[in-house]
Every structure is written in structure tokens, then in C-alpha cells.
Write a new protein. Structure first.
Length: 253
């Protein structure tokens, strides 16, 4: 289901079409039945109000989930930049030859991380992930050798810094995989379909344009939630501003 949710535009049009058809279904059921009496109308309004209230709560809860996950991705991008920058400085603790190699590897690794953030299509990620994993192995080997040869607190700090660099990438990846559950999407769609059926069933007017209002509003809400929740497919994405600023500062002058 996340394949669809990675395309907010598809979510919007799909949701609008389904919800508009649900409204038409409600209107059709009303035409096939009889008009509601005053007492029945009061009971119907209670059910409709409760359904719309629950729909609003579910949409608001899902929006909050999407925003919290977006903020988490932003925080990990900042943490990753800080870890790389700190280890770049700690490379001074290594012998000159090893320090130069670690800095070169960190700059190449930083470029791969920025490229990962800018990549919008999943099928372009495997070569980037492979290159990132290769650089991680080289980085660890670059600090493990000097630390093993000269075990002291300074080398331990370098090892810990490199460990933070590697861990930060894993935390970032986990945050990008942490999406709104499919069950929550299904609940939202089910509740929205029920609400639109009730809207169509209880409408006094049969003016076609009135049946566009709730499907349109709900579809815009779904579009916004999917856009924020999608790390790569949406317009609202985490930009690697801290990583890019760090890359700019680490370029040789």
C-alpha cells in the first residue's frame, strides 16, 4: 500500500473518485427508499454528526502521526550532519596519513548521503546504498587500524565518533521506513466512505455540485497527509540542508 501512498497526487484523485461515488451511492439509496420523517431525520443527524466527528478525529490523528514522523526525519538529518562533522574534526587525532584518508572518505560518504536524500525514486537507491555500505566499511577500517595499533583514550574517541557516524545513518533509515500504518489508512478511507454515503443519503437537495464538497475536502486532507508522510514522493520533503552546509564547509579551498 505504501507504493500508492508514495504518490500523493494518485492518493488525491483516487480518494476523490471513491468518495464521490460513495456520495452518489447514498443518493441512489435515498431515491430507492422513502424520505426520512422528522423523528428519523433527528436520529439520522445524530449518526451523521458522530460519523463526521470520528472522521475528523481520525484525520487529525493521522496528520499528527505524519508530522511527528516528518520532524523525526528532520532531527536525524541534523544529527547525521553533526556526527559526520564531529568525526571529521576528530580525524586530527589520527596519524597524518590515516587522517587524510578518513577525511577523503568522509567527504565521499557525505556526498552519498546527500544524494540519498535527493533521490525521489526507489529504483535508484540500490547503487547508492551499495556505495554507502562500501564507504562505511572503508571508514571503519580506516580508524580501526590506527586504534588497534595505538590503543589510548584519543583513539577511543575517534572510534566512538565513527560509530556515531555509522549509527546515525541507520537511525535515519529507520525513520524513513517508519510510515503511517496501512491499517490507519484503511480506517480513514472506510470512515470517509461511510460519511459520504450518509451525506448523499440524507441530502435534501439533489444538486450535483453539493456532492463534491465533502469528497473534495477529505481528498485534500488525504493528499496532505500522504505528502508529509512520504519521504521521497511528496513535495514536502526533508531537505539535507545541514548535510549540504557541512559538505560546503568541508570542500578544499
Amino acid at each position: 500500500m505504501h507504493t500508492i501512498m508514495n504518490r500523493p497526487n494518485v492518493v488525491f484523485f483516487l480518494a476523490f473518485g471513491i468518495l464521490w461515488l460513495a456520495t452518489q451511492l447514498g443518493a441512489f439509496l435515498h431515491r430507492r427508499g422513502r424520505d426520512l420523517k422528522d423523528d428519523d431525520r433527528d436520529d439520522f443527524n445524530v449518526v451523521l454528526t458522530a460519523t463526521l466527528t470520528l472522521l475528523g478525529l481520525i484525520i487529525g490523528f493521522s496528520f499528527s502521526m505524519a508530522v511527528s514522523r516528518y520532524d523525526l526525519r528532520k532531527n536525524y538529518e541534523e544529527a547525521e550532519a553533526n556526527a559526520i562533522g564531529t568525526e571529521y574534526v576528530r580525524a586530527d587525532l589520527l596519524p597524518p596519513t590515516d587522517a587524510a584518508r578518513v577525511r577523503d572518505l568522509l567527504r565521499a560518504y557525505l556526498d552519498q548521503r546527500i544524494l540519498n536524500y535527493h533521490t525521489a525514486f526507489e529504483n535508484e537507491l540500490p547503487p547508492i546504498d551499495a556505495k554507502t555500505a562500501e564507504l562505511q566499511n572503508q571508514l571503519w577500517s580506516a580508524v580501526r587500524g590506527p586504534a588497534s595499533a595505538t590503543p589510548n583514550p584519543l583513539m577511543a574517541a575517534t572510534i566512538m565518533g565513527m560509530n556515531d557516524v555509522l549509527n546515525s545513518q541507520g537511525y535515519t533509515q529507520a525513520a524513513w521506513w517508519n510510515r503511517i500504518p496501512s491499517a490507519a489508512w484503511l480506517m480513514m478511507f472506510a470512515m470517509a466512505i461511510c460519511a459520504n454515503i450518509l451525506i448523499g443519503f440524507g441530502a435534501h437537495s439533489r444538486h450535483a455540485r453539493l456532492f463534491f464538497v465533502l469528497p473534495l475536502i477529505a481528498s485534500i486532507s488525504f493528499f496532505l497527509i500522504a505528502d508529509i508522510d512520504s519521504p521521497r514522493g511528496g513535495a514536502i520533503r526533508v531537505r539535507p540542508q545541514n548535510l549540504e552546509a557541512l559538505a560546503q564547509s568541508l570542500r578544499p579551498h
